[in-house]
Write a protein that binds this ligand. Sequence first.
Ligand code: FES
Length: 148
Amino acid sequence: MPESGDKGRRRFLNFVLGAGSLTFLSAVTYPVLKYLTPPDTGAESGNETVSAGKVNDLALNSGKIVKFGNQPAIVIRRQDNEVKAFLAVCTHLGCTVQYMPADRVIWCACHNGKYDLNGINISGPPPRPLTPLKVNIQNDEIFISREA
Ligand code: FES
């Protein structure tokens, strides 16, 4: 009789240990897999159109950063009223660029990289132009999307 009680206890302990181990593995594995899997934003597949606000809320010769999927985008209203947009990700090491109205350049503060208003790299370490985005203005609202 005492042996069967031991067997029952052992079986119960094995069950508890197995369930605990499984729970622990799930608790560790799920967040790691979730971290490694990129979120589905739509912008990655190139079919997302994002509103960047009203044209008249953006002064001439100014720019702003907007969220484009999981990346920042920079929208610039040039002095000649043309609106341009690029991914705001520096092509050197990926810092977020900003608009410098005094010099009329897109500037990366990380290593002093500069781009002109067509997104072309003009000085500093950036090896290639910024990724341009398509700008579509409807009823004074700016929509940006990936170029086809
Ligand atoms: S990351 Fe932009 S210049 Fe280096």
